[in-house]
Design a protein around this ligand. Structure first.
Ligand SMILES: Nc1ncnc2c1ncn2[C@@H]1O[C@H](COP(=O)(O)OP(=O)(O)OP(=O)(O)O)[C@@H](O)[C@H]1O
Ligand SMILES: [Mg+2]
Length: 716
């Protein structure tokens, strides 16, 4: 089944401006599935960029998130704390912008720009792994103490686990480091071969000396072994030594390639399961694993040993601890829901809120929510974690809005008086009157109530859930420990970063990466620069890529190459893409779903076929007609008029002013999103059952028929 990667729900974003509150995004909702491209299309100013900036959390300082949710894998990005947000934003969601120059540092070589991000990410990951490992182990011990009287036994169990994990991580670390050196070395050798084959001048002797000395660090029983390297190096020395000067390069190149092959084999050599081996060595410090020829046999032996000597006991007891942690949490939640209901009623029942009362109620509740959270569980519910931050944030906003309102009201009265006077004198002032309310109090109050309701729902769900399997949870916890331990010793070395950077440059279609790696952004063409920006975006392995008009600054042929590249990346990596454009033309070959935006709203949403073959909103018709036809080359009507001022959004359908099919109701009432089919929605009164039947403009019908015919011919 298709999986929802990102869900945007009822998102509303405004900006404070000199002229008043500008409502840039007005309640939009859409889903993004794994492996699909969603295109967001609309004229300039419709809110496309604001939406994408909200998703990656880089809205301008004057923005106000009025409401809504952005769920990534079930976590609300608008509510989780900074630390987690950074992890997701940096790692999981990446963005490329219209102007590649502005996202590149002009005075740094592109290679460095790529590797720097990777190394920084690596460090942050190590730090968080250390923290998580320690924290969960401590919690486990506490819970064991609650279920097992023998505290000494618990302590020993936890300490044993900690100690052998340490041995395991050290083993893994040695292996990682040797492997990383081998990877870096291989890249270096490939570069050398590349230069030699191009007949470039190379200081071969020092280069080889350098490589030989580095190769010592790559030596490891499970990477490259001494006896594999020495003969080749000796042969190389002989070949060069024979000729005194430089050299029979053909021979040298062949030998270097042999070396590359040896490294390649070493890099991919099977290594043992260090976690199990760590335990074995903890118990048998003198054990030499190289006495085992077969990694498989070694793994089996250490697994049995680990299970018999430790793991069965650890899991059996641990599962009781996990169960305890949950039971305690549920018991607390049962008590707490009552208090939460009371808190909710306070907001529902009172028109006049008192900050003092709220503080008095909220403080203990927040503490209890904290206490009731099952922190030992690996899978976290963001609603519980973010409850405190979110509710404090909203309450603060509410009272700031309230506090500031009287002043704003006076200011507003004064300005209004001035404005009216000027107008009465026949003048037309160039400035605008700032409305008195900076915060919509009702909306903010609604947000507060929603935060409490969500938590109550979450609690009831937990309390009533019958599916908790403590043994399963304990195994998940052990896996989590293993994962954190591995993260702890996974270092992105400069060698690895470079290798990955070169692979990325290749992936995005930059020829001769080894040469390009060392160049500055200005040495690249616009299209090539955009490819580099894409490579940087991919460097953290994101699963969502947001492309905001990535081709607008490029000329047409380059444009289609970049589009092709984005398509290729999406397919090969199975990531989700949000593709933002004002040009419906590019969407046809890119998108799976299309959201048409107008004046901060989604006015039509459907599959690409829905939008192109069966468009329903007059604005979509207008966009389609303004799209140049590839066959006839005729450019049809530009959309007359301009979008509305979003400081004073119109009451009815925002497009009514420019819509020749507009009915009276379009000026009075906002149309809901009518459902056309299972996949297709449009917000236009034309879809109301009592509306007169209106066909799309003839020119569009003709075009649709032509497109359909083409598609059929294509099929044959
Ligand atoms: N920091 C800001 N302060 C005030 N208004 C803003 C700010 N950022 C965006 N806006 C306004 O929000 C509205 C939506 O802007 P947005 O950048 O999302 O448009 P867009 O659809 O991306 O258009 P374009 O095709 O021009 O990029 C516009 O009216 C814009 O002027
Ligand atoms: Mg934009």
């Amino acid at each position: 089944m298709e999986q929802k990667k990102l869900q945007v729900k009822n998102l509303q974003i405004s900006f404070r401006t000199q002229a008043g509150i500008l409502k840039a995004v007005r309640n939009i909702t859409f889903d993004l599935y794994t492996g699909e491209t969603l295109a967001i299309v609309g004229e300039s100013g419709s809110g496309k960029s604001v939406t994408s900036k909200a998703i990656i959390g880089i809205l301008a300082g004057n923005s106000i998130i009025e409401g809504g949710e952005i769920l990534y894998d079930g976590q609300d990005l608008l509510k989780i704390d900074e630390e987690h947000f950074h992890k997701i934003r940096g790692d999981k969601i990446a963005m490329i912008f219209q102007d590649p120059l502005s996202s590149l540092n002009p005075i740094m070589r592109v290679g460095k720009q790529l590797t720097e991000a990777m190394m920084l990410n690596g460090k942050a990951r190590q730090k968080s792994a250390r923290k998580e490992f320690g924290l969960h182990l401590k919690l486990l011990e506490q819970n064991l103490n609650a279920v097992n009287q023998d505290k000494a036994e618990n302590k020993q169990l936890v300490e044993t686990f900690n100690k052998f994990c340490l041995i395991a991580t050290n083993l893994e670390k040695d292996y990682n480091e040797a492997n990383a050196v081998a990877v870096g070395l291989k890249t270096e050798l490939e570069e050398l071969v590349f230069l030699l084959e191009k007949n470039q001048k190379v200081a071969l002797v020092p280069a080889l000396r350098n490589i030989r000395s580095k190769s010592k660090k790559a030596k490891h029983y499970y990477v490259v072994r001494e006896e594999e390297l020495i003969p080749i190096f000796d042969e190389i020395t002989l070949t060069i030594g024979d000729k005194k000067r430089l050299a029979d390069s053909v021979n040298v190149i062949a030998l270097l390639k042999k070396l590359i092959e040896v490294l390649e084999v070493g890099i991919n050599r099977e290594c043992p399961n260090f976690f199990r081996l760590g335990f074995y060595k903890f118990k048998n410090p003198d054990f030499d694993e190289t006495t085992f020829d077969s990694v498989k046999e070694l793994d089996e032996m250490t697994l049995n040993y680990l299970n018999n000597q430790f793991m069965s006991n650890f899991v059996a007891l641990g599962q009781k601890g996990v169960q305890n942690s949950r039971d305690v949490s549920i018991a607390k939640k049962k008590v707490l829901v009552v208090k939460l209901e009371q808190l909710k009623s306070y907001f529902l029942d009172n028109n006049e809120l008192s900050l003092k009362d709220i503080k008095k109620m909220l403080k203990p509740v927040m503490k209890e929510v904290n206490d009731a959270t099952d922190y030992l569980r690996v899978k976290k519910h963001s609603i519980e974690y973010s409850f405190g931050i979110s509710i404090v944030h909203e309450v603060k906003r509410y009272f700031e809005g309230l506090k500031r309102n009287p002043i704003n009201q006076r200011k507003y009265d004064k300005q209004k008086y001035k404005w009216d006077t000027l107008v009465n004198q026949g003048k037309s002032p160039t400035w605008k009157v700032v409305p008195p309310f900076l915060v919509d109090l009702e909306l903010t109050k609604g947000n507060i109530i929603k935060i409490i309701s969500d938590l109550i729902d979450r609690y009831y769900h937990d309390i009533n859930s019958k599916t908790f399997d403590a043994r399963e949870e304990m195994i998940i916890l052990v896996d989590f420990f293993k994962e954190q331990a591995s993260r702890l010793v996974y270092r992105v070395t400069p060698g690895i970063a470079k290798t990955r950077a070169l692979a990325l440059l290749k992936e995005v279609g930059i020829p001769e990466p080894a040469v390009r790696y060392k160049q500055y952004p200005f040495e690249f063409s616009g299209g090539m620069r955009q490819r580099i920006v894409i490579a940087i975006a991919l460097s953290a392995n994101p699963d969502i890529l947001i492309c905001d008009e990535p081709t607008t600054a490029l000329d047409v042929t380059i444009q289609s190459q970049i589009l092709e590249l984005i398509n290729k990346i999406k397919n090969e990596r199975n990531i989700s893409v949000i593709f933002i454009t004002h040009d419906l033309g590019v969407v046809a070959n890119m998108a799976d779903h299309v959201a048409v935006m107008y004046a901060g709203k989604i006015v039509e949403y459907g599959t690409v076929e829905d939008i192109f073959y069966d468009p329903r909103h007059p604005y979509t018709w207008a966009l389609l007609s303004s799209m140049p036809d590839l066959d006839t080359k005729e450019k049809l009507d530009a959309i007359p008029g301009t979008p509305p001022n979003l400081i004073y959004p119109p009451v009815g359908d925002a497009f009514a002013e420019r819509n020749k099919y507009a009915m009276e109701i379009d000026f009075e009432k906002e149309p809901p999103l009518f459902q056309v089919s299972e996949t297709h929605y449009a917000a236009t009164w034309l879809l109301h059952p009592s509306a007169p039947k209106v066909e799309p403009p003839k020119i569009i019908i003709e075009r649709i028929n032509r497109m359909k015919k083409e598609a059929e011919n294509y099929g044959k």
